[in-house]
Design a protein around this ligand. Structure first.
Ligand code: ADP
Ligand code: MG
Length: 625
C-alpha cells in the first residue's frame, strides 16, 4: 500500500501574488472542482448552477460533449459515450477484460499498448477522455478566478497504483494543467474536516459513491497521514440501489418479465430519483408508464426503502471489518468517522455506519463535495498562498533511498512514499576474505542498476576486523529527518567501528526530474530485471573464482592429482574468460562446472581439517552423546 504524499515544505513563492489554484475530484460517476478564496472554500457550478459534472464524455463527428449532455445521450449512443472512464485509467486491455462488465465499448486491440476506444470521432484513450473532463472543470475555475490556473491538486483513490496515478497526471498534462500533487481521496476528506489540524488520531473514511465503495483507515501523527488499510468493493454503490428500486417497481407495478433495455433504463432513472428524494422525504410518489400504454401509480415509504437497502449496507460492513482487522484496531480506537460520496446522504447509511463504529459520523460538509474541498485546501497551500508556518508538514520520500551493492546493483533501504521522518537499517557484509574497509555509495531512485539512479554521496568504513568473506556484519542505517535531511551511518557490529555522512536528498530534484525517474523505472522494469539477473550471476561467478583460487592456493593444490589440478585450472579459466560476458546461461554453466570440479577439493580440505582437529583424541571421546 502506497503511503500518502502531500506537500513539500519550503517551496519558494513570490511574495504578495495570490496564485490561482484549484482542487479536483475526478470521480467515477461525478467530478467537481473547488477553489479557496478569502480563506473560504467553495465548489464551482456550471452555467446551469450544477456543481457535479457527470463523468461522461460523448464523441460525435461534430463535437465532444462532456457532462449532463453526454449522460443524457448515454442510453441512445452507448458506443460513443464513455462512462466510468476512471475504471480504465492506467489499465491494459487484459486488466479491463478481468473487470468483466466494462467491455461495453469497442476497443482497437493492440496487445501491450494503451487500450483505445473506437468512437465516431476516432480512437480515444482513457487519458484523453479524462482530459476532457478536466478541461471542462478547469474552465469553470478559470472563469471564476479570471485567468490561467497556476496549479491543481487532483484526487485519486488510495489504492491507485503507479500506472493509474501516472495516467491521471498524464490526463492533467493533456488538459494543460499543472499538477501540484495527486492526493488520496480519503486524505482530502480528512483535510476538509481539518483533521490534520489536530495533534494526532486514527480516522475512518467511508466512501460510498455511484459505482464503487471504499473504506480507508488513516493515521495522522507528526504531520503525516498514513494509510493503515484500505478495502472496498469496486462494484457496489448507489447504482445498485437504483437497481433494487427498479426491481421493486417491476414487482409492484406488475410489469412482468418482459423488460427491454429501454424500459430498464427508464426504471433505473426512476429508481434513482425516488432514492434521492427519500434522503429528505419520508414518502415519495411514483408514476410509471407501462409498455402497454397504461400507467401505474404507487408510493414508497422511507421505512420500506430502508428494509430494501439494508442487505446492501450490510455488504459494506464486511470491508469495514476487514480494514479494522488489517490495521489491528477495534472500533473504540477510531477517533472519527468521515462520510464521503453521494450515497452517504442516505440517512439509513449514516445511522448504520455510525452504529457500527460506535460514533456519529461527520456529515456537515456535503459528502459529494468534501473530497474536492480538501483538494482545494491543499492546492491553496501547495501553490504558495499560505504563510510558511501555516503550511502542513505532510511529506513523504519522493524516491527510494539505498546503497550500491556488488555488481553495480541498487539495494533499496527506504522505499519511496515512506512518510518522513523515517529511519531504517539493513545489514550488509564483506565480499572478500580479510576485507577491512567498505565503500558505501548512497543512491536515490527506483531503478535496479546503480548507473540509472542518482548518486547522492560516498563514504568509507574502515577498521573492519579481517574475517572470511560474508562473515562481517555491517549495519547501514538511513535516517531522514522532518526537514528532509538524510544521514547514513555504517557500523561494524563486532568491533563497533562507525562511519557516517549527511546528505540532503530529494530537494535537489525538481518534480519533473522525479517524475522522469519514476517513469523510467516503470518503462525499464523488465529490462532492469534482466540486467539485475546478469549482474547477480556475474557477482556470484566472481565470488566462486575468488573462493576456489583461495582454497587452491592455501594448500589445496597438494590434495589434488595432476589430472584433477588440470581440470580445476581449466574450469577456472573458462569461468574467468566468461564471467564478464552478458551470457547468463554460459556463465551459469561455467560456474556449475567449476563448482562440480571444486567439490572434491572442498571435501578433501574438510577431511584434512577434521583429521587435524581429531588428532590426539580418541574417537570415542566424540561419540555417545
Ligand atoms: P463517485 O464518487 O462514484 O463519482 P458520487 O460521490 O458523486 O460518486 O456519488 C454518486 C451517487 O450518489 C449516485 O449513485 C447518486 O444517485 C447518489 N446520490 C446523490 N445524491 C443522493 C441523495 N440525495 N440520496 C441518495 N443518493 C444520492
Ligand atoms: Mg467519489
Amino acid at each position: 500500500m502506497a503511503l500518502l504524499q502531500i506537500s513539500e515544505p519550503g517551496q519558494s513563492r513570490a511574495p504578495h501574488a495570490v496564485r490561482r489554484a484549484a482542487g479536483i475530484d475526478l470521480g467515477t460517476t461525478n467530478s467537481l472542482i473547488a477553489i479557496t478564496r478569502g480563506g473560504r472554500c467553495e465548489t464551482l457550478a456550471d452555467s446551469d448552477g450544477e456543481h457535479l459534472l457527470p463523468s461522461v464524455v460523448r464523441y460525435t463527428t461534430a463535437e465532444v460533449q462532456v457532462g449532463a449532455q453526454a449522460y443524457a445521450a448515454s442510453v441512445e449512443d452507448p458506443f460513443n459515450t464513455v462512462v466510468s472512464v476512471k475504471r480504465l485509467m492506467g489499465r491494459s486491455l487484459e486488466d479491463i477484460r478481468h473487470q468483466g462488465n466494462q467491455l461495453r465499448y469497442r476497443f482497437s486491440a493492440q496487445p501491450g499498448t494503451t487500450p483505445r476506444i473506437v468512437t465516431a470521432a476516432g480512437e480515444v484513450t482513457a487519458i484523453e477522455v479524462s482530459a476532457e473532463i478536466l478541461k471542462s472543470l478547469a474552465q469553470r475555475a478559470r472563469a471564476k478566478l479570471g485567468g490561467e490556473l497556476d496549479g491543481v491538486v487532483i484526487t485519486v483513490p488510495a489504492y491507485f497504483d503507479d500506472a493509474q496515478r501516472q495516467a491521471t497526471k498524464d490526463a492533467a498534462r493533456l488538459a494543460g494543467l499543472n499538477v501540484l500533487r495527486l492526493l488520496n481521496e480519503p486524505t482530502a476528506a480528512a483535510v476538509a474536516y481539518g483533521l490534520d489540524q489536530r495533534e494526532q488520531g486514527v480516522y475512518v473514511i467511508y466512501d460510498l459513491g455511484g459505482g464503487t465503495f471504499d473504506v480507508s483507515i488513516l493515521r495522522f501523527s507528526r504531520g503525516v497521514f498514513e494509510v493503515l488499510a484500505t478495502a472496498g468493493d469496486t462494484a457496489l454503490g448507489g447504482d445498485d440501489i437504483d437497481g433494487l428500486l427498479a426491481e421493486w417497481i417491476v414487482a409492484n407495478a406488475a410489469l412482468g418479465s418482459d423488460i427491454d433495455d429501454r424500459l430498464q433504463r427508464r426504471l433505473l432513472r426512476a429508481g434513482k430519483r425516488v432514492k434521492e428524494l427519500l434522503s429528505t422525504n419520508n414518502i415519495v410518489g411514483l408514476d410509471i408508464a407501462r409498455p402497454d400504454g397504461t400507467a401505474w401509480q404507487g408510493k414508497l415509504r422511507r421505512r420500506e426503502f430502508e428494509r430494501l437497502i439494508d442487505p446492501l449496507i450490510d455488504r459494506t460492513l464486511v470491508p469495514c471489518q476487514r480494514v479494522l482487522r488489517d490495521a489491528g484496531l477495534d472500533p473504540s480506537q477510531i477517533a472519527e468517522v468521515v462520510m464521503v460520496g453521494g450515497s452517504t446522504r442516505i440517512p439509513r447509511v449514516r445511522e448504520r455506519i455510525g452504529g457500527f463504529f460506535g460514533r456519529p459520523p461527520h456529515v456537515d460538509i456535503d459528502p459529494d463535495r468534501v473530497v474536492a474541498i480538501g483538494a482545494a485546501i491543499q492546492a491553496d497551500i501547495l501553490v504558495g498562498n499560505k504563510r510558511d508556518d501555516d503550511m502542513l508538514l505532510l511529506d513523504v520520500l519522493p524516491l527510494s533511498l539505498g546503497i550500491e551493492t556488488m555488481g553495480g546493483l541498487m539495494e533499496k533501504v527506504i522505499l519511496r512514499n515512506t512518510p518522513i521522518p523515517a529511519a531504517r537499517s539493513q545489514e550488509f557484509t564483506t565480499f572478500k576474505d580479510g576485507q577491512t574497509a567498505m565503500a558505501i555509495h548512497v543512491l536515490q531512485g527506483e531503478r535496479e542498476l546503480v548507473q540509472d539512479n542518482r548518486s547522492l554521496a560516498r563514504f568509507e568504513l574502515h577498521g573492519i576486523p579481517p574475517m572470511v568473506a560474508g562473515a562481517a556484519r555491517i549495519q547501514v542505517t538511513f535516517q531522514v529527518d522532518a526537514d528532509g535531511l538524510l544521514g547514513v551511518s555504517a557500523r561494524e557490529q563486532t568491533r563497533g567501528v562507525e562511519s557516517s555522512v549527511i546528505v540532503k536528498p530529494s530537494y535537489g530534484l525538481s518534480d519533473g526530474e522525479i517524475e522522469r525517474m519514476l517513469r523510467d523505472s516503470m518503462a525499464h522494469a523488465s529490462e532492469d530485471v534482466g540486467a539485475r539477473k546478469l549482474r547477480e550471476v556475474q557477482v556470484e561467478a566472481a565470488r566462486s573464482i575468488e573462493a576456489v583460487t583461495a582454497a587452491y592456493q592455501q594448500g589445496g593444490r597438494q590434495l589434488l592429482s595432476s589430472q584433477e589440478q588440470h581440470e580445476l585450472q581449466s574450469a577456472l579459466s573458462r569461468l574467468e574468460a566468461l564471467y564478464n560476458s552478458v551470457d547468463v546461461d554460459a556463465i551459469t554453466r561455467a560456474m556449475d562446472q567449476l563448482e562440480r570440479t571444486a567439490a572434491s577439493l572442498a571435501e578433501r580440505r574438510m577431511d584434512v581439517a577434521i583429521n587435524a582437529a581429531l588428532s590426539g583424541h580418541r574417537v570415542d571421546e566424540f561419540s555417545g552423546q
